[in-house]
Design a protein around this ligand. Structure first.
Ligand code: COA
Ligand code: ZN
Length: 239
């Protein structure tokens, strides 16, 4: 799927709600929004968000975190018609251990969301059922080799026969699909990523029982973004 490009116009009026089975997906470049959005971090983010941003080691990560979380609040505020600082986040119970670190959620509203960040880019997805999003820069060949055994055995076999120059993109396709699905479930990587076959091939969308997983096109026309892959997973029914 092709994401919408996030600009400050997105939160100036209530965005069109996602239709059943059709998440709304925004792709953003930190650099494009920093000047408008970063100054709002001090007033819009809560204490936890500010502390998490401050704890990040690299200045670019701190920036990226603040810009993404301010945009998430601005969009949720526009969707839900509440002031962005009044959006209350909870963590759903982790499906693996029951602990308070499952999928982030705004309680009592019929809107699910997911956020993913990578160097200089972020992805926001909104749906009327559980949703997970992931965006990652393409890994280098050594990282692909080191992480291949964390994939489903069939995905690892697919990579083994993939031409070496196409392998980073093929790995990133499988990995972002998998993380999107695991974030939709709310387990994150606490569910073994070897269990589910999401596949490395470019053909889509992928179906896993109860879920649709789509690749998200990351700026074909824009060279700076060609080295990233992204995916969104949306649940077919409300839990
Ligand atoms: C959640 C996880 C998949 C994030 O992956 P990542 O590629 O590093 O980061 P992304 O930018 O894509 O996603 C981060 C966002 O995912 C969301 N998130 C965190 N935990 C989540 C979960 N369990 N389910 C869904 N979304 C989650 C948050 O919004 C977070 O944003 P923030 O860090 O800016 O607040 C990964 O950190 C993970 O699996 N953590 C679980 C670790 C674990 O096994 N814990 C033990 C549980 S029993
Ligand atoms: Zn857990």
């Amino acid at each position: 799927m092709r994401p919408e490009r996030l600009t400050s116009a997105a939160w100036t009026r209530p965005p069109e709600p996602p239709r059943p089975g059709r998440p709304r997906v925004w792709l953003a470049r930190v650099e494009d929004l920093r000047d408008v959005v970063a100054p709002l971090a001090g007033t819009l983010l809560d204490g936890g968000e500010r502390a998490r941003a401050a704890a990040l080691r690299r200045a670019s990560d701190r920036d990226g975190y603040r810009v993404a979380h301010v945009c998430l609040r601005l969009l949720l505020g526009a969707y839900l018609q509440v002031e962005p600082p009044d959006v209350t986040f909870v963590r759903l119970p982790c499906p693996v251990c029951g602990g308070p670190h499952g999928r982030p959620d705004v309680p009592g509203v019929p809107l699910c969301f997911s956020l993913s960040r990578t160097d200089g880019l972020f992805l926001l997805a909104f749906a009327d059922t559980a949703v997970g999003a992931d965006i990652e820069r393409l890994p280098d060949p050594d990282t692909v080799a080191a992480l291949t055994e964390t994939l489903h055995p069939r995905e690892a076999d697919e990579l083994a026969v993939c031409p070496a120059d196409l392998r980073p993109a093929a790995f990133a396709r499988a990995w972002t699909r998998k993380e999107a699905y695991l974030k939709g479930l709310g387990t994150g990587l606490a569910r073994d990523p070897r269990l589910d076959h999401l596949g490395t091939c470019a053909r889509g969308p992928r179906r896993i029982p109860g879920w649709t997983v789509d690749d998200v096109t990351v700026g074909e026309a824009e060279e700076a973004e060609e080295d990233a892959a992204a995916a969104v997973a949306v649940a077919e029914q409300r839990p």
